[in-house]
Design a protein around this ligand. Sequence first.
Ligand SMILES: [Zn+2]
Length: 112
Amino acid sequence: MHELSLCQSIAGIVRTHAAGRPVARVHVQVGHLRQVVPDTLAWCWTWSTDGSDLAGSVLDIEEVPVAVHCPTCDAHTVLHEPAFRCGSCGSTGVRVTAGEELLVTSLELQER
Ligand SMILES: [Zn+2]
């Protein structure tokens, strides 16, 4: 499952940064181009961390919309539909600048 392998890579990042300290909450940014279903990702997190050192931690998912940059007119456009064109001049020669993220943005550690 796509989400399960994502959870495993997130868990790897979290363990590196937590360095053995208990984790309460994990904030992640997931780009729309990743085609991740947030509810499925959250469920996978609970399931795959159950019984591990990360059991009980909450995955807090922020979805990042797709954004593109147009080299023709230098406009930045946030896309709400799957049409990869510049929102300013209509050029399709745009570069994706957001939407492919899978970032662990912060951790909240438990008080001991
Ligand atoms: Zn443009």
